[in-house]
Design a protein around this ligand. Sequence first.
Ligand code: BTN
Length: 307
Amino acid sequence: VTNGRTILEIFYRANGQFVARAQVPATEIAALGKLGYQFESHPHHGYRLLAVPDRLTADDIQARLVTNVIGREIIVFEETGSTNDVVADLARHGAKEGLVVFAESQTKGRGRQGRAWVSARGKGLWFSVLLRPTWPVHAMPRLTVAASVAVARVIRQTTGLDARIKWPNDVTIQGRKVAGILTELHGAAAILGVGLDVNCRSEDLPPGVPATSLAIETGEPQERPAIAAALLAALDELYATATTNFDAVVAQWAAWSTTLGKQLVVQRGQQRLEGHAAALDGDGTLLLRKDNGQTERLTGAEVMVEK
Ligand code: BTN
């Protein structure tokens, strides 16, 4: 059978080239046209995909994907509370590793430390991935490290922008936050939430914090479905690497980190720790070398200021 997804797969594989009419029924082309896809029709060469709608759909994202685990099931909500909560619910009911839930808008998007996460409708990528890592609990910080590398890499590859990682979970451009990651553990399930400001204008971003978006930085709107698929592919690859060869992930993180080598002030409960960010260990824990020579392990739960 041919359906929208298979047809889209054919066009994405063709990579902007013409596809013969025999491969793509005119009725399917018309159906995709109604959804906002635009084709060039040529009497001899067939059809060529010219433009895609700025709308997230499971069919579109899956048609672009060639991943193993992440994205084998995708659900898109027009609106939800928090995609992390949706995935936690589905995980409780036995959902498989690799499930991804996107929302065009979130009414209760949240960030670390109980902060709200502003999710302007249709302007960003707000999604959560269900993982079931077989690692020990102390190695779970690897997830956020791997995810931050994936997000930075996709931004760099698709826009050429100099995306950096501010430990533990921010991706920044010129010191302004463009993405955040919220990893939550529910028993054996790990929920990896990613928020990326893609086409947000400055009025769509939270006030009072230095934030930016890919559109603001590049000066042009970016194709959200393409970035969504690239993110899932990168997450899939880095999740696998974090399992088999975490050192390689750390090396990439170190190259893009704004934190490494910096003097940090960390609030841990009543305690105030100060020292420099010396290294990331094999669990994804940041090692803080204090001035007295002692080393503290930072899990990411603490509030931190880079000096
Ligand atoms: C942070 O920077 O503090 C983390 C932000 C994480 C935001 C994403 S958006 C999708 C997912 N659902 C949420 O409620 N939060 C994460």
